[in-house]
Design a protein around this ligand. Structure first.
Ligand code: PLP
Length: 426
């Protein structure tokens, strides 16, 4: 009946190859089912998902509470646009702003849209509140950042593959080295037209680069000193991934359902996406206090789907799951265990140099040249052994399983990873 019925992996890949744009290079595995920490391919083989859709599926695949919220709302009302009110958005905004301690939320759909929103908000604030002259505002960004794929966002990327032949680019960004407070201070001291500093608390795409202890707090203090907005892109690091509700949270033992998200560093503008919906639906958000968010007035910004009732219901359910199941604490505990186990193993294995990360956002660094295919080959072998992961820049493999994993499952995964790496030992 349907052309989508009973495809083999080979058929499905061939269809995408022929009819789809080639903007990704997926691992050759075709999935048709997911539950919790597992996914299955069309031939019925079961895998541990060790990517979680780039940390969107923190709550696990097809979490029943999230799916039920989505289905119930989908049967009732899906979209009104913001031309009219709906009876869900306000409650969602209240719940999310109370969870993260901000006055207001601006709803969007994807991470890139939320980053764009934050950039626009920051610029408008700079002109109207800080008094920067028209069109002169600069936003400081970091080298090797990843914030999405729009024309403006790639304007300040330094990934040639993401940029080449997509110009002309958007002006108004100053790039500095990540994890370098002196570089930040120098730019702030030399420029009176800086509106904001946009930063990932851990650079995920760049290879799970964890900055030095105190970097974020130091950067925030500098931003305050110079009257510049500190903008945290927590699209990948947020929602319990790094062992705390946010990577910018303090070191409360961010234990449990009572986690207050106490900030170590409170961003002036917080950007969320990915796991804000548990991977069920595109939901992103920008949070800020009134002194900033109130520069946005009717007509200044918008999105047809942003703030739709399905997204709002899904967003609440997804955050409730994080709290009810104490996923931040679980990510913290399992992350410690994961790095401990791999650190015991690494000295005996020539193919991997190090493991690094926080919570369940980790990476291993493969002992080979940037342009070698070793990381890819290891991911292919991991797949054969029942675990799905993907190389990120060069010779780095990111490991980011759903946070609903238990200890036994994590140790199974560690065994698979060790066994696979041993196959590559020279
Ligand atoms: C994934 C990601 C984005 C972009 O999100 P999309 O939903 O893919 O547009 C932005 N920032 C960070 C840090 C991300 O990891």
């Amino acid at each position: 009946m349907s052309i989508l019925e009973k495809l083999t992996s080979k058929d499905a890949i061939a269809l995408e190859e022929k009819h789809g744009a080639h903007n990704y290079h997926p691992l050759p595995v075709v999935l048709n089912k997911g539950e919790g920490v597992y996914v299955w391919d069309v031939e019925g083989k079961k895998y541990f998902d060790f990517l979680s859709a780039y940390s969107a599926v923190n709550q696990g695949h097809c979490h029943p509470k999230i799916v039920n919220a989505m289905v119930d709302q989908a049967k009732t009302l899906t979209l009104t646009s913001r031309a009219f009110y709906n009876d869900v958005l306000g409650s969602y905004e209240k719940y999310v702003t109370e969870t993260f301690h901000y006055d207001k939320l601006l709803p969007m759909n994807t991470g890139a849209e939320a980053v764009e929103t934050a950039l626009k908000l920051c610029r408008k604030w700079a002109y109207e509140k800080k008094g920067i002259a028209e069109n002169q505002a600069n936003i400081i960004v970091c080298e090797n950042n990843f914030h999405g794929r729009t024309t403006t966002i790639i304007s300040f990327s330094n990934d040639p593959v993401a940029r080449q032949n997509f110009g002309p680019f958007t002006d108004g960004f100053i790039k500095i080295e990540y994890d370098n407070l002196e570089a930040l201070e120098k730019v702030l001291a030399e420029n009176s037209n800086v509106a904001g500093f946009l930063v990932e608390p851990i650079q995920g795409e760049a290879g799970v680069y964890v900055p030095s202890e105190g970097y974020l707090a130091g950067a925030k203090a500098l931003c305050e000193e110079y009257g510049v907005l500190f903008i945290a892109d927590e699209v990948q690091t947020g929602i319990a991934r790094t062992g705390k509700l946010l990577a910018t949270c303090g070191n409360c033992s961010c234990a449990d359902k009572h986690c207050s998200g106490t900030p170590e560093v409170k961003p002036d503008i917080l950007i969320l996406g990915k796991a804000l919906s548990g991977g069920a639906y595109p939901v992103s958000a920008v949070l800020a206090n009134d002194a900033i968010m109130n520069v946005i007035r009717p007509g200044n910004h918008g999105s047809t789907f942003g703030g739709n009732p399905v997204a709002a219901k899904v967003g609440v359910a997804a955050l409730e799951v994080v709290k009810d199941e104490a996923l931040a604490q679980n990510a913290y505990d399992l992350g410690e265990l994961f790095r401990e186990e791999l650190n015991k193993f690494i000295p005996s294995c020539s193919v991997v140099n190090a493991v690094r990360g926080k919570g369940l956002l980790n990476a291993i660094l493969i002992n080979d040249t940037e342009d070698s295919s070793t990381a890819w080959d290891i991911c292919m072998a991991l797949k054969e052994n029942g675990l799905l992961a993907k190389p990120t820049h060069g010779n780095i493999i990111r490991f980011a399983p759903p946070l609903v994993m238990n200890k036994e499952q994590l140790l199974d995964c560690v065994s698979i990873i060790k066994k696979t790496l041993q196959q590559f030992d020279k």
